[in-house]
Ligand binder design. Structure first.
Ligand code: ZN
Length: 155
């Protein structure tokens, strides 16, 4: 028996998942009954594939800016250090379909983007490390798997 760890994803068997997928990680309730819903949005199969850093960085900027046009109460969307996905945190909305609909619209925005927002030394911590083409490739691959986003584990 593996010891249960503090971080939910450290208790997830990454060999059993089937990317791409969207998975509710957990719900945190505040003292006024506000709820934060945290999602694991997995773009790449763990330990088989990953996003290259420049494209990942650009799709991070593009999704962070655009997803807020399609869904209210987005607290954060941030890349995983393993470069296989993102975490999304949403306040007071328990609708999985709202998340997948916003994600689809946001990825389509990426495909249509002509530039990476905030891609400069004033607004970003590594402005030289971007690839719009890389971001579009990542978005297209993720959209290709859209019908399987609700399936987290391999059969
Ligand atoms: Zn940046």
């Amino acid at each position: 028996m593996v010891k249960k760890m503090n971080v939910e994803s450290f208790n997830l068997d990454h060999t059993k998942v089937s990317a791409p997928y969207v998975r509710l990680v957990g719900v945190t309730t505040g003292q006024h009954n506000d709820k934060v819903y945290k999602y694991d949005i997995r773009f790449c199969q763990p330990n088989k594939d990953h996003m290259e850093m420049a494209g990942l960085h650009s799709i991070e900027h593009l999704m962070a800016e655009n997803i807020r046009n399609h869904m209210s109460n987005v607290l954060d969307i941030s890349p995983m250090g393993c470069q296989t996905g993102f975490y999304l945190s949403v306040l007071n909305n328990d609708q999985f379909e709202d998340v997948t609909a916003a994600l689809e619209k946001t990825l389509n925005d990426v495909l249509e983007a002509t530039e990476v927002p905030a891609c400069n030394e004033v607004q970003c911590g590594w402005a030289a490390n971007h690839s719009l083409e890389g971001a579009k490739e990542i978005a297209a691959n993720m959209l290709d798997g859209k019908d399987e986003w609700h399936i987290v584990f391999a059969e």
